[in-house]
Design a protein around this ligand. Structure first.
Ligand code: KG4
Ligand code: ZN
Length: 347
């Protein structure tokens, strides 16, 4: 196998990112440069991502980000084998920023363009830092997505389950909003939960407890958390901490329970051919310690090894997009300059 070097761009949500990744024939990866500019302060006053603000900010930053990572790596466009960009799914105005920039660079430098599915980027992100063989089971838990996916190869992914209402990250974010903790809510809920002296105090619903599939649901938990909060006369810091701990406990439990079901199905179908059973977790919610602990425990009980990318590659980044681009490029899967930006693009 040959060594390929790819510039990747990402702007599908609220992080503008560029990275250069060198992938070797044996699958090992060097991340030559990696830059992310978040927009939390721009969106915080609104308690969530405002698409128009995000699109503008991405458009203003994409060119300089791309130039910055090339300079950091000491390379030029001529050294790239391909230019990769997220082309969906996501907020369409944002998606267009990275995709149009990538098209311009690809056209100007006469390099192939690779249009990458953001979810495939997350799915492959563990391969930036770990040796992970196909097939594996993926739990993707972010602000926009909560899915269990069987990954058989690049472009060969089958969804086993997904949320029927909110994403796991949204459950954290909305709970944080109810309690006035600010945006993004996940890290705030986790920090507050750590100070709880009675994490079992609030009994909260177990979602889909009688459903035997691999789907997720978080709307009931969010509603119950709001009702519990509203029933407190004047909520103290201790009250909030106990509620944050309760919500986090149930989110972690639900994610682990559903992943456990998928692990059973995956192990059955993999049969004796399996070289090893692996659960990869990716997405911003994978940063949560309680979620990781619950998954670690469940994976262990099912004979799976849990692999989580380092935190900076769990959340949105361009290294995973560059890697997905590199893996596609070596398989000859390049795209034309007419590749569309897509708001929706299921795996
Ligand atoms: O993957 P990501 O950076 O962006 C996308 O949504 O694609 O994920 C962001 C989500 C937000 O909902 C955020 O609240 C959540 O990940 N998150 C966390 C933590 N850090 C980020 N949720 C729980 N605990 C955390 N420590
Ligand atoms: Zn993402």
């Amino acid at each position: 196998g040959r060594t390929v070097t790819v510039l990747g761009l990402e702007s599908s949500c609220d992080d503008s990112a560029a990275a250069i990744v060198r992938r070797h024939g044996d699958g090992s990866v060097d991340i030559l440069a990696d830059a992310v500019i978040g927009q939390n302060s721009e969106h915080a006053p609104f308690g969530g991502v405002v698409p128009e603000i995000a699109a503008r900010a991405h458009a203003e930053r994409m060119d300089t980000l791309a130039a910055g990572v090339l300079a950091e790596a000491g390379l030029t466009l001529a050294d790239m084998d391909a230019i990769a960009a997220t082309s969906g799914p996501g907020l369409i105005g944002g998606v267009m920023a990275a995709l149009m920039t990538a098209k311009g660079l690809a056209l100007g430098a006469d390099k192939p363009l690779i249009a990458v599915n953001h979810l495939e980027g997350h799915a492959l992100s563990a391969r930036l830092t770990h040796t992970v063989e196909f097939p594996y089971l993926l739990l993707l838990v972010s602000g926009g997505h909560t899915q269990l996916v069987r990954v058989d190869g690049v472009g060969e992914m089958t969804r086993m389950g997904s949320t029927i209402d909110d994403a796991a990250g949204e459950a954290f974010d909305k709970t944080a909003k109810v309690m006035g903790l600010g945006f993004p809510g996940g890290p705030a809920v986790e920090a507050l939960a750590r100070t709880s002296t009675d994490p079992q105090r609030f009994a909260l619903p177990r979602m889909l407890s009688r459903d035997r599939g691999c789907d997720f649901s978080f709307a009931g938990l969010k509603t119950a958390a709001k009702r519990a909060f509203d029933s407190l006369e004047t909520p103290t810091q201790a009250d909030k901490a106990d509620l944050a701990a309760g919500v986090q406990r149930e989110i972690a439990r639900h994610l682990a329970e559903r992943a456990g079901r998928a692990m059973d199905i995956f192990a059955d179908s993999a049969g004796e051919n399996a070289k090893g059973l692996t659960l990869v977790v990716a997405g911003g919610v994978a940063a949560n310690g309680a979620v990781r602990d619950a998954l670690e425990l469940m994976a262990g009980s099912k004979g799976f090894t849990l692999i989580a990318p380092p935190l900076k590659y769990c959340t949105d980044n361009a290294a995973m997009i560059a890697l997905a681009g590199a893996e596609r490029f070596v398989l000859g899967r390049i795209d034309g300059l007419d590749a569309p930006a897509r708001a929706r693009w299921p795996l």
